[in-house]
Design a protein around this ligand. Structure first.
Ligand code: 9UX
Length: 72
């Protein structure tokens, strides 16, 4: 079903980084919405849990050269 995850993202230092991370997230199969904020280093991702999970989302962010962890 539809789930939302919040992630703390490290390594973003400019607006282009934010656009890059948002683009990566939005291109992942199962992601329906992704909003990343530079000021807070937080990313909110809405996704279909039948297609992707939080660990896979974190891996995709890290594969792009950023750090990511679940924000609880
Ligand atoms: Mo901004 Mo981010 O120049 O990897 S794009 S630092």
């Amino acid at each position: 079903g539809t789930m939302t995850g919040q992630f703390r993202i490290g390594g973003m230092t400019c607006a282009a980084c934010v656009n890059s991370v948002e683009g990566i997230l939005r291109n992942l199969p199962g992601v329906t919405r992704a909003v990343v904020a530079l000021a807070t280093s937080l990313g909110e991702v809405e996704y279909d849990s039948n297609q992707i999970n939080k660990t896979e989302i974190i891996t995709a962010i890290e594969d792009a050269g950023f750090e990511a962890k679940l924000n609880l």
